[in-house]
Design a binder for this molecule. Structure first.
Ligand SMILES: [Zn+2]
Length: 372
Protein backbone atom coordinates (compact mmCIF):
# COMPACT_ATOMS: atom_id res chain seq x y z
CA UNK A 1 0.00 0.00 0.00
CA UNK A 2 1.39 3.41 -0.95
CA UNK A 3 1.59 6.35 1.40
CA UNK A 4 -1.17 8.94 1.01
CA UNK A 5 0.71 12.26 0.83
CA UNK A 6 -2.14 14.19 2.35
CA UNK A 7 -2.78 11.89 5.28
CA UNK A 8 -1.32 12.18 8.77
CA UNK A 9 0.01 8.82 9.98
CA UNK A 10 0.60 7.88 13.60
CA UNK A 11 3.27 5.32 14.46
CA UNK A 12 3.59 4.49 18.18
CA UNK A 13 6.85 2.61 18.71
CA UNK A 14 6.53 2.50 22.47
CA UNK A 15 4.21 3.57 25.27
CA UNK A 16 0.89 2.79 23.55
CA UNK A 17 -0.96 0.09 25.47
CA UNK A 18 1.89 -0.22 27.96
CA UNK A 19 3.45 1.85 30.73
CA UNK A 20 6.77 3.46 29.97
CA UNK A 21 9.12 4.00 27.02
CA UNK A 22 7.04 6.41 25.02
CA UNK A 23 8.21 7.01 21.47
CA UNK A 24 5.62 8.25 19.03
CA UNK A 25 6.05 9.33 15.44
CA UNK A 26 3.76 11.25 13.11
CA UNK A 27 4.27 11.27 9.37
CA UNK A 28 2.90 13.79 6.91
CA UNK A 29 4.06 13.81 3.28
CA UNK A 30 7.54 12.37 3.64
CA UNK A 31 8.33 14.19 6.89
CA UNK A 32 8.34 12.87 10.42
CA UNK A 33 7.70 14.44 13.81
CA UNK A 34 8.77 12.49 16.91
CA UNK A 35 6.98 12.95 20.21
CA UNK A 36 8.81 11.80 23.38
CA UNK A 37 11.72 9.40 23.77
CA UNK A 38 11.42 7.48 27.03
CA UNK A 39 12.62 4.40 28.83
CA UNK A 40 11.09 1.85 31.13
CA UNK A 41 12.57 -0.32 33.86
CA UNK A 42 12.29 -4.04 34.33
CA UNK A 43 14.22 -5.53 37.20
CA UNK A 44 12.72 -8.98 36.57
CA UNK A 45 14.72 -9.41 33.41
CA UNK A 46 17.85 -8.10 35.08
CA UNK A 47 17.97 -5.32 32.52
CA UNK A 48 18.57 -1.83 33.82
CA UNK A 49 16.64 0.10 31.18
CA UNK A 50 14.43 -0.83 28.27
CA UNK A 51 13.58 1.41 25.33
CA UNK A 52 11.76 1.15 22.03
CA UNK A 53 13.54 -0.17 18.97
CA UNK A 54 14.10 2.94 16.84
CA UNK A 55 15.56 1.12 13.80
CA UNK A 56 12.78 2.04 11.40
CA UNK A 57 13.04 5.72 12.30
CA UNK A 58 16.82 5.69 12.06
CA UNK A 59 16.39 4.60 8.43
CA UNK A 60 14.16 7.66 7.97
CA UNK A 61 16.40 10.06 9.89
CA UNK A 62 16.94 12.55 7.04
CA UNK A 63 13.18 13.06 7.00
CA UNK A 64 12.78 13.69 10.73
CA UNK A 65 12.04 17.38 11.33
CA UNK A 66 12.21 17.34 15.10
CA UNK A 67 11.51 15.72 18.46
CA UNK A 68 8.96 17.31 20.80
CA UNK A 69 9.04 16.33 24.48
CA UNK A 70 5.72 16.59 26.31
CA UNK A 71 7.17 16.57 29.85
CA UNK A 72 10.17 15.61 31.95
CA UNK A 73 9.41 12.10 33.20
CA UNK A 74 11.85 9.30 32.47
CA UNK A 75 9.33 7.37 30.42
CA UNK A 76 9.16 10.42 28.12
CA UNK A 77 12.74 11.76 28.03
CA UNK A 78 14.88 8.98 29.56
CA UNK A 79 15.96 7.42 26.24
CA UNK A 80 17.34 10.67 24.80
CA UNK A 81 20.91 10.05 26.10
CA UNK A 82 20.82 6.59 24.49
CA UNK A 83 19.03 7.28 21.21
CA UNK A 84 19.23 10.94 20.22
CA UNK A 85 22.76 10.61 18.82
CA UNK A 86 21.38 8.33 16.15
CA UNK A 87 18.99 11.05 14.93
CA UNK A 88 20.69 14.34 15.84
CA UNK A 89 17.41 16.11 15.12
CA UNK A 90 16.27 19.39 16.72
CA UNK A 91 14.55 18.95 20.10
CA UNK A 92 11.76 21.15 21.45
CA UNK A 93 10.73 21.35 25.11
CA UNK A 94 9.37 23.82 27.66
CA UNK A 95 11.96 25.24 30.18
CA UNK A 96 11.70 22.68 33.01
CA UNK A 97 11.88 19.69 30.64
CA UNK A 98 14.67 21.36 28.66
CA UNK A 99 16.74 21.82 31.85
CA UNK A 100 16.32 18.14 32.75
CA UNK A 101 17.47 17.16 29.25
CA UNK A 102 20.49 19.48 29.49
CA UNK A 103 21.54 17.83 32.78
CA UNK A 104 21.13 14.34 31.38
CA UNK A 105 23.11 15.05 28.25
CA UNK A 106 25.77 16.89 30.21
CA UNK A 107 26.19 13.85 32.49
CA UNK A 108 26.82 11.71 29.42
CA UNK A 109 29.00 14.39 27.82
CA UNK A 110 26.78 14.54 24.75
CA UNK A 111 26.94 17.91 23.04
CA UNK A 112 23.48 19.22 22.13
CA UNK A 113 24.55 22.81 21.50
CA UNK A 114 22.18 24.34 18.95
CA UNK A 115 19.83 21.32 18.93
CA UNK A 116 17.68 21.96 22.01
CA UNK A 117 15.08 24.69 21.54
CA UNK A 118 13.23 26.03 24.56
CA UNK A 119 9.55 26.74 23.91
CA UNK A 120 7.36 28.87 26.21
CA UNK A 121 4.33 27.34 27.89
CA UNK A 122 1.25 27.69 25.69
CA UNK A 123 3.65 28.43 22.81
CA UNK A 124 3.33 27.54 19.15
CA UNK A 125 6.02 25.66 17.26
CA UNK A 126 6.44 24.99 13.55
CA UNK A 127 8.36 21.77 12.99
CA UNK A 128 8.50 21.08 9.25
CA UNK A 129 4.93 20.68 8.00
CA UNK A 130 3.67 20.17 11.58
CA UNK A 131 2.17 23.05 13.54
CA UNK A 132 2.09 22.45 17.28
CA UNK A 133 0.02 24.43 19.77
CA UNK A 134 0.84 23.71 23.41
CA UNK A 135 -1.76 23.43 26.16
CA UNK A 136 -0.73 23.24 29.82
CA UNK A 137 -2.28 20.27 31.63
CA UNK A 138 -1.73 18.95 35.18
CA UNK A 139 0.47 16.04 36.18
CA UNK A 140 3.01 15.22 38.90
CA UNK A 141 5.84 17.18 37.30
CA UNK A 142 5.88 20.86 36.25
CA UNK A 143 4.99 21.79 32.69
CA UNK A 144 3.03 18.81 31.40
CA UNK A 145 2.12 19.78 27.86
CA UNK A 146 -0.64 18.59 25.63
CA UNK A 147 -0.02 19.34 21.96
CA UNK A 148 -2.50 20.07 19.24
CA UNK A 149 -0.67 18.80 16.16
CA UNK A 150 -1.85 20.07 12.80
CA UNK A 151 -0.61 18.81 9.45
CA UNK A 152 -2.49 19.45 6.21
CA UNK A 153 -6.17 19.21 7.07
CA UNK A 154 -5.72 16.87 9.99
CA UNK A 155 -5.66 17.74 13.68
CA UNK A 156 -4.61 15.41 16.46
CA UNK A 157 -4.63 16.30 20.13
CA UNK A 158 -1.71 14.47 21.75
CA UNK A 159 -1.87 14.80 25.52
CA UNK A 160 1.29 13.35 27.06
CA UNK A 161 0.46 12.22 30.63
CA UNK A 162 -2.27 14.19 32.30
CA UNK A 163 -5.08 14.42 34.79
CA UNK A 164 -7.37 17.26 35.78
CA UNK A 165 -6.26 18.49 39.19
CA UNK A 166 -8.32 21.50 40.26
CA UNK A 167 -5.75 22.41 42.93
CA UNK A 168 -2.31 21.43 41.69
CA UNK A 169 0.39 22.26 44.23
CA UNK A 170 2.96 22.73 41.47
CA UNK A 171 2.28 24.72 38.33
CA UNK A 172 -0.97 26.08 36.97
CA UNK A 173 -4.36 24.36 36.74
CA UNK A 174 -5.39 22.83 33.41
CA UNK A 175 -6.04 25.44 30.72
CA UNK A 176 -9.72 24.62 30.52
CA UNK A 177 -10.53 27.39 28.08
CA UNK A 178 -7.88 26.23 25.60
CA UNK A 179 -9.15 22.66 25.85
CA UNK A 180 -12.71 23.81 25.20
CA UNK A 181 -11.60 25.74 22.13
CA UNK A 182 -9.81 22.70 20.75
CA UNK A 183 -12.86 20.57 21.43
CA UNK A 184 -15.29 23.07 19.89
CA UNK A 185 -13.17 23.40 16.74
CA UNK A 186 -13.01 19.60 16.57
CA UNK A 187 -10.10 17.20 16.25
CA UNK A 188 -9.72 14.13 14.07
CA UNK A 189 -8.17 12.08 16.85
CA UNK A 190 -6.98 12.31 20.42
CA UNK A 191 -3.90 10.38 21.49
CA UNK A 192 -4.33 10.26 25.24
CA UNK A 193 -1.92 9.04 27.91
CA UNK A 194 -3.42 8.66 31.36
CA UNK A 195 -2.61 5.60 33.47
CA UNK A 196 -5.94 5.41 35.28
CA UNK A 197 -8.07 6.31 32.27
CA UNK A 198 -10.33 3.29 32.81
CA UNK A 199 -11.03 4.09 36.48
CA UNK A 200 -14.32 5.90 37.00
CA UNK A 201 -14.55 9.04 39.11
CA UNK A 202 -12.00 11.74 39.66
CA UNK A 203 -8.34 11.17 40.33
CA UNK A 204 -8.11 13.28 43.48
CA UNK A 205 -5.98 16.31 44.11
CA UNK A 206 -2.48 16.53 45.49
CA UNK A 207 -4.07 18.68 48.21
CA UNK A 208 -5.87 15.61 49.63
CA UNK A 209 -2.63 13.66 49.68
CA UNK A 210 -1.06 16.46 51.70
CA UNK A 211 -3.64 16.26 54.46
CA UNK A 212 -3.45 12.42 54.67
CA UNK A 213 0.31 12.46 54.70
CA UNK A 214 0.41 15.19 57.31
CA UNK A 215 -1.88 13.14 59.59
CA UNK A 216 0.38 10.13 59.21
CA UNK A 217 3.59 12.01 59.96
CA UNK A 218 1.94 13.90 62.81
CA UNK A 219 0.78 10.66 64.43
CA UNK A 220 4.34 9.42 64.58
CA UNK A 221 6.49 11.22 67.09
CA UNK A 222 8.96 8.70 68.42
CA UNK A 223 11.55 8.06 65.78
CA UNK A 224 12.83 8.68 62.27
CA UNK A 225 10.34 8.62 59.42
CA UNK A 226 11.29 7.41 55.95
CA UNK A 227 9.22 8.19 52.87
CA UNK A 228 9.82 6.96 49.36
CA UNK A 229 8.30 8.23 46.13
CA UNK A 230 9.31 8.77 42.52
CA UNK A 231 12.07 11.40 42.39
CA UNK A 232 10.49 12.87 39.27
CA UNK A 233 7.22 13.50 41.12
CA UNK A 234 8.04 17.06 42.16
CA UNK A 235 4.51 17.72 43.37
CA UNK A 236 4.76 14.82 45.81
CA UNK A 237 8.22 15.85 46.90
CA UNK A 238 6.81 19.24 47.83
CA UNK A 239 3.80 17.68 49.57
CA UNK A 240 6.03 15.46 51.70
CA UNK A 241 8.38 18.34 52.54
CA UNK A 242 5.50 20.59 53.64
CA UNK A 243 3.98 17.85 55.78
CA UNK A 244 7.36 17.30 57.43
CA UNK A 245 7.78 21.03 58.04
CA UNK A 246 4.36 21.23 59.66
CA UNK A 247 5.45 18.63 62.21
CA UNK A 248 8.89 20.10 62.85
CA UNK A 249 10.84 17.56 60.84
CA UNK A 250 13.81 18.34 58.62
CA UNK A 251 13.95 16.56 55.29
CA UNK A 252 17.08 14.78 54.13
CA UNK A 253 17.09 13.57 50.54
CA UNK A 254 18.80 10.30 49.65
CA UNK A 255 19.34 9.47 46.00
CA UNK A 256 20.78 11.23 42.98
CA UNK A 257 17.40 11.67 41.30
CA UNK A 258 16.16 13.76 44.24
CA UNK A 259 19.27 15.93 44.27
CA UNK A 260 18.93 16.64 40.57
CA UNK A 261 15.24 17.50 40.56
CA UNK A 262 15.72 19.63 43.68
CA UNK A 263 18.51 21.60 42.01
CA UNK A 264 16.59 22.16 38.76
CA UNK A 265 13.30 22.95 40.48
CA UNK A 266 14.84 25.59 42.75
CA UNK A 267 16.75 27.12 39.84
CA UNK A 268 13.48 27.54 37.92
CA UNK A 269 11.59 29.00 40.86
CA UNK A 270 9.71 25.95 42.14
CA UNK A 271 9.78 24.70 45.79
CA UNK A 272 9.85 28.30 47.02
CA UNK A 273 7.98 27.49 50.25
CA UNK A 274 10.09 24.42 51.02
CA UNK A 275 13.10 24.84 53.35
CA UNK A 276 16.44 23.65 51.93
CA UNK A 277 16.89 19.90 52.20
CA UNK A 278 19.50 18.43 54.52
CA UNK A 279 22.52 16.58 53.28
CA UNK A 280 23.90 13.46 54.92
CA UNK A 281 26.61 15.47 56.63
CA UNK A 282 24.29 17.90 58.40
CA UNK A 283 21.41 15.52 59.13
CA UNK A 284 23.39 14.05 62.04
CA UNK A 285 22.92 17.27 64.02
CA UNK A 286 19.23 16.53 64.52
CA UNK A 287 17.47 14.07 66.77
CA UNK A 288 16.00 11.18 64.81
CA UNK A 289 12.43 12.15 65.59
CA UNK A 290 13.10 15.53 63.94
CA UNK A 291 14.15 14.00 60.64
CA UNK A 292 12.31 12.68 57.62
CA UNK A 293 14.42 10.77 55.12
CA UNK A 294 13.12 10.98 51.58
CA UNK A 295 14.58 8.01 49.72
CA UNK A 296 14.73 6.88 46.13
CA UNK A 297 13.82 3.30 45.29
CA UNK A 298 10.04 3.05 45.65
CA UNK A 299 9.95 0.37 42.94
CA UNK A 300 12.45 -1.86 44.73
CA UNK A 301 15.34 -0.88 42.43
CA UNK A 302 18.41 -2.72 43.71
CA UNK A 303 20.87 0.15 43.51
CA UNK A 304 18.60 2.81 44.99
CA UNK A 305 19.02 4.23 48.49
CA UNK A 306 16.08 2.35 50.00
CA UNK A 307 17.30 -1.08 48.86
CA UNK A 308 20.74 -0.35 50.22
CA UNK A 309 19.34 0.75 53.56
CA UNK A 310 17.13 -2.37 53.65
CA UNK A 311 20.15 -4.60 53.03
CA UNK A 312 22.08 -2.69 55.69
CA UNK A 313 24.70 -1.72 53.11
CA UNK A 314 24.09 2.03 53.02
CA UNK A 315 27.23 3.77 54.34
CA UNK A 316 25.43 6.51 56.28
CA UNK A 317 21.84 5.58 57.04
CA UNK A 318 20.37 2.61 58.85
CA UNK A 319 16.92 1.58 60.01
CA UNK A 320 16.05 0.23 63.43
CA UNK A 321 12.94 -0.99 65.23
CA UNK A 322 10.31 1.67 65.87
CA UNK A 323 10.92 3.63 62.68
CA UNK A 324 8.30 4.22 60.01
CA UNK A 325 8.54 3.85 56.24
CA UNK A 326 5.80 5.17 54.03
CA UNK A 327 5.52 4.29 50.33
CA UNK A 328 4.05 7.36 48.61
CA UNK A 329 3.92 5.92 45.12
CA UNK A 330 1.96 3.37 43.21
CA UNK A 331 3.31 0.01 42.09
CA UNK A 332 4.30 0.05 38.44
CA UNK A 333 3.00 -3.24 37.03
CA UNK A 334 5.88 -5.68 36.75
CA UNK A 335 7.62 -4.40 39.88
CA UNK A 336 5.43 -6.18 42.45
CA UNK A 337 7.99 -8.84 43.30
CA UNK A 338 10.87 -6.41 43.83
CA UNK A 339 8.72 -4.08 45.95
CA UNK A 340 7.30 -6.83 48.15
CA UNK A 341 10.72 -8.35 48.63
CA UNK A 342 12.03 -4.93 49.69
CA UNK A 343 9.11 -4.47 52.10
CA UNK A 344 9.80 -7.89 53.61
CA UNK A 345 13.41 -6.98 54.30
CA UNK A 346 12.43 -3.68 55.91
CA UNK A 347 9.70 -5.26 57.99
CA UNK A 348 12.25 -7.73 59.33
CA UNK A 349 14.28 -4.77 60.61
CA UNK A 350 11.33 -3.96 62.86
CA UNK A 351 10.28 -0.93 60.82
CA UNK A 352 6.60 -0.22 60.39
CA UNK A 353 5.85 -0.12 56.66
CA UNK A 354 2.79 1.79 55.51
CA UNK A 355 1.40 1.55 52.00
CA UNK A 356 -1.84 2.54 50.19
CA UNK A 357 -5.40 2.06 51.34
CA UNK A 358 -7.03 -0.50 53.54
CA UNK A 359 -4.53 -3.37 53.76
CA UNK A 360 -2.35 -4.50 56.61
CA UNK A 361 0.43 -7.08 56.44
CA UNK A 362 2.09 -8.53 59.48
CA UNK A 363 5.48 -10.06 59.95
CA UNK A 364 6.48 -11.37 63.36
CA UNK A 365 4.32 -8.85 65.11
CA UNK A 366 5.32 -5.94 62.89
CA UNK A 367 2.53 -4.44 60.87
CA UNK A 368 2.57 -3.22 57.30
CA UNK A 369 -0.43 -0.96 56.94
CA UNK A 370 -2.05 0.29 53.76
CA UNK A 371 -3.73 3.57 54.59
CA UNK A 372 -3.83 6.06 51.73
ZN1 LIG B 1 4.56 11.50 33.24
Amino acid sequence: MGVDKNALYFLPLGGAGEIGMNLNAYRYGDKWLLVDMGITFNDRLGIEVLMPNPQYLIEQKEKICGLFLTHGHEDHIGAIPYLWNRFKCPMYATPFTAELIRHKMNDQQIDIEGYLHEVPLEGKIDIGPFKIYLVTLTHSVPEPNGALIEAGNTKVFHTGDWKIDPNPLIGKPVEEEALRKIGDAGVDAMVCDSTNVFCEGDSGSEEEVESNLSDLIGSYKKNAVFVTCFASNLARLQTIALAAKKHGRHVAILGRGFSRINEIARKLGYLKNVPPFLTLSNVKKYARNKVLYLCSGSQGEHRAALSRIASESHPDVSMSPGMLLFFSSRIIPGNEKSIISLQNKITKLGVKVVYGKGMIFTYQGTQVEMIL
